[in-house]
Design a protein around this ligand. Structure first.
Ligand code: HEM
Ligand code: HEM
Length: 179
């Protein structure tokens, strides 16, 4: 008989894998990679989707159906997976994206991303998420929803995104994918 799979693995197989990949490395570029992300951050997002401070039609429904115990197990499961890194799209050394990531934007007082997300993009404990290797499209989408306020779960990021142009968001997101 096939082995009985229970707990978070079962939910991953039946639900999350379709959009995020069984190992947390999503293929669709508007769905985030969850692999290697801090468990505390993942748990916070699931609760925020459930409460509605992070508005997303798909994930709010998903999180609404999960218990606190499920969420904790899922956060732990995905954080234990290894992220698969992609090649940089167009940016590297000396690019606008690198300048924003490491130095911010002086003219509009945007702080350096590295201050909170780390020099390597691996994030800082515990609530500062890993950004390195994330899909460009997803990162741009998050910066836009911080700017519009659909994602209202991080005042600091909302203030930062409010000061960024579309071109700056695209440049830093390209750089982050290749970090
Ligand atoms: C975002 C977990 C199922 C589509 C997220 C995030 C988490 C998560 C933690 C936020 C990641 C971050 O902030 O970096 C899960 C879990 C699932 C699940 C544990 C299974 C119980 C699904 C399914 C779909 C989906 C089935 C597609 C039908 C998305 C999308 C986003 C997202 C589109 C980005 C939302 C946004 O733009 O704010 N998910 N997910 N997820 N998930 Fe899921
Ligand atoms: C979350 C980008 C600067 C603190 C995020 C996310 C992105 C992002 C894309 C969402 C990650 C995901 O959904 O998986 C950036 C960029 C920055 C920047 C491009 C520079 C222009 C900063 C700075 C701080 C900060 C300077 C601290 C002062 C945070 C925190 C979160 C976050 C705490 C988690 C929000 C939550 O709990 O939902 N950032 N960030 N970021 N960022 Fe930044």
């Amino acid at each position: 008989a096939a082995p009985v799979v229970n707990g978070p693995e079962k939910i991953v197989q039946n639900v999350c894998a379709a959009c995020h990949g069984a190992d947390g490395n999503s293929v669709i570029t508007t769905n985030p990679k969850l692999a290697g992300q801090h468990p505390e951050y993942l748990l916070k997002q699931l609760n925020n989707f459930k409460e509605g401070t992070r508005a997303n039609a798909i994930m709010s429904g998903m999180a609404g159906a999960l218990s606190q115990e499920d969420m904790e197990g899922l956060a732990k499961y995905f954080s234990n997976q290894s992220i698969k890194l992609a090649k940089a799209k167009s940016n590297g050394k000396g690019s606008l994206g690198e300048k924003i990531y490491r130095g911010g934007i002086a003219a509009t007082q945007v702080p350096a991303c590295a201050a909170c997300h780390g020099a390597t993009g691996a994030g800082l404990p515990k609530q500062f998420p890993r950004l390195a290797g994330q899909h460009t499209d997803y990162t741009v989408q998050q910066l836009r929803t911080f700017r519009t306020g659909e994602r209202a779960n991080a005042p600091m990021m909302m203030a930062i995104a409010a000061k960024m142009t579309d071109a700056e968001m695209q440049a830093v997101a390209d750089y982050i994918q290749g970090l």
